[in-house]
Design a protein around this ligand. Structure first.
Ligand SMILES: CC(C)(COP(=O)(O)OP(=O)(O)OC[C@H]1O[C@@H](n2cnc3c(N)ncnc32)[C@H](O)[C@@H]1OP(=O)(O)O)[C@@H](O)C(=O)NCCC(=O)NCCS
Length: 151
């Protein structure tokens, strides 16, 4: 999981370890992905604690500059927290992280990958469409199985 990403220096992509938690959560916050009803540190720890999920990180100059959380539940693959350091956006890193997640899911035998886009983040749809994704005519329903973090 290493190589080039767009222009610039080589960027290595690797699975995160627990020691990456603070840096990854800071990246998610810088990218506007942290919301009151999700605890990002808990999300990170939960993904790393499961054999069917992980968080992949791109590292450049010793710093985590991009991420994707990826996992599968035996039927579909899912991506979350696709994030690129704002100073490095527009250089191919987002495309690279999605490709890394797709490769992880392909290796896990998943036939399809899905993701959720918040209503407040509609401008990112064009990014995913550029990568071959299409909106799906489904309605997501949800229910908390534990008390959600208070806003
Ligand atoms: C969305 C995000 C991950 C894209 O990362 P990025 O590194 O800037 O994207 P890339 O440079 O890899 O772009 C890949 C392609 O998508 C296109 N693209 C990127 N953002 C786009 C946008 N907002 N609208 C249209 N096209 C876009 C690029 O032009 C590029 O096209 P090309 O490779 O054919 O030339 C990044 O902007 C980000 O972290 N945003 C904040 C967090 C976020 O919203 N994450 C998604 C949560 S669902």
């Amino acid at each position: 999981m290493s190589g080039e990403s767009g222009v610039g220096e080589p960027v290595a992509v690797r699975p995160c370890t627990a020691a990456d938690g603070d840096a990854v959560v800071a990246l998610w916050a810088a990218c506007g992905l942290v919301v009151p009803w999700n605890d990002p540190a808990a999300d990170f720890a939960l993904a790393l604690s499961k054999p069917n999920a992980t968080v992949l990180a791109a590292v450049a100059d010793g710093r985590i500059v991009a991420s994707v959380m990826v996992g599968q539940e035996g039927h579909r693959g899912w991506m979350y927290y696709v994030a690129v350091d704002p100073a490095r956006q527009g250089q191919g890193l987002g495309r690279r992280m999605v490709a890394e997640a797709e490769a992880w899911l392909t290796a896990a035998g998943m036939p399809k990958v899905q993701l959720l886009v918040r209503d407040t983040n509609q401008r990112v749809l064009a990014f995913y469409e550029r990568l071959g994704y299409a909106t799906s005519p489904v309605t997501m329903m949800q229910k908390w199985l534990k008390t959600p973090p208070s806003p």
